[in-house]
Design a protein around this ligand. Structure first.
Ligand code: GLU
Ligand code: ZN
Length: 300
């Protein structure tokens, strides 16, 4: 009998620091197809925790783009800036377990540590002043198995340093909130861009410390070049909001190793996505790729 909680739950977690660009569309499409090809749920979460970096209107623009591309999410959109109490509660819990310590090291010191933070404040028991809070990271694996990239090594300095959970300016760090949210949303598989591959083991370690089972991880290839959509001679803005939707989706699918058949050229996004859900095969997705020139579309 299948486990009660075995249903696939994936997510797309954009940071609203700008509109959706081609790279984030690829992550959205890849995570959507992984979920929908397994009859799973696909959740959307706005990672606006780093408020100073957020751009007004970007969250709405991202959601509008997802709708335009036919990427309909399940349930409500979660917004990190509305969950601060929950993050504080988890930080307190880790503190009670003696897994957190205050750090007042100036950036001038930490930025010079080539091997990552050196645990300087671990035994200092600081409680006064403006402090960052760091996780006492236990000996942590420096490799993991990625579902697309295979066995993946992570720099030890990143895997094993006592990383920051709450910043000195009072903001919770991405590394904490991403794990809390993945736990609270019951995410079974994380599909995201390969730029986040190196932080995977530290996130897995936090799942364990919080008594939760970590999801599996799949890191999609990064679009290192943007396709050559040219809307006007002056406009090379990377936001995809003005690009031709059907062609852009086809390009994203081609990038993910699933070029739609020629009879679907120009088909509506729902038709393209339906085709992609039915034909999605992880074995066809390239682990690494640079956008080939042949994917560049002609100027409009
Ligand atoms: N918010 C992150 C980003 O936009 C993604 C985090 C994640 O998928 O774990 O790059
Ligand atoms: Zn310190």
């Amino acid at each position: 009998m299948p486990e009660l909680n075995s249903r696939y739950r994936g997510r797309f977690a954009p940071s609203p620091s700008g509109p959706l660009h081609f790279g984030s569309l690829v992550a959205a499409v890849g995570s959507y197809l992984q979920a929908k090809s397994q009859q799973g749920d696909w959740l959307v979460r706005l990672e606006d925790i780093d408020q100073p970096r957020m751009v007004k209107g970007a969250a709405d623009a991202i959601l509008r783009s997802l709708e335009l591309y036919g990427l309909h999410w399940d349930g409500d959109v979660w917004v990190q800036s509305q969950r601060l109490e929950r993050y504080q509660q988890v930080l307190n819990q880790l503190s009670q377990q003696q897994l957190v310590y205050g750090c007042d090291c100036p950036r001038a010191r930490t930025s010079q540590l080539a091997q990552g933070y050196d645990g300087h404040c671990r035994q200092r028991l600081l409680s006064q002043g403006s402090l960052a809070y760091r996780l006492k990271v236990p000996p942590t694996a420096t490799e993991f198995t990625d579902l697309l990239q295979g066995q993946t090594l992570v720099p030890a300095a990143l895997a094993q340093e006592d990383y920051i959970l709450k910043r000195r300016d009072g903001l919770f760090a991405y590394q904490l909130v991403v794990v809390v949210d993945d736990i609270d949303q019951g995410i079974t598989q994380v599909v995201r861009g390969a730029d986040l591959i190196d932080v995977t083991t530290r996130q897995q370690a936090l799942f364990t410390l919080l008594g939760a089972q970590a999801p599996s991880y799949l890191h999609l290839p990064l679009a290192v070049k943007e396709p050559g959509f040219k809307l006007s001679k002056q406009n090379h803005a990377p936001a995809i909001s003005d690009w031709p939707i059907s062609q852009t989706l086809s390009t994203a699918l081609s990038f993910l190793g699933h070029p739609p058949p020629s009879e679907l050229k120009g088909a509506p996004v729902h038709t393209l996505l339906h085709w992609a859900v039915c034909h999605w095969d992880l074995a066809a997705v390239p682990a690494v790729r640079e956008l080939p020139l042949t994917m560049t579309l002609p100027a409009l």
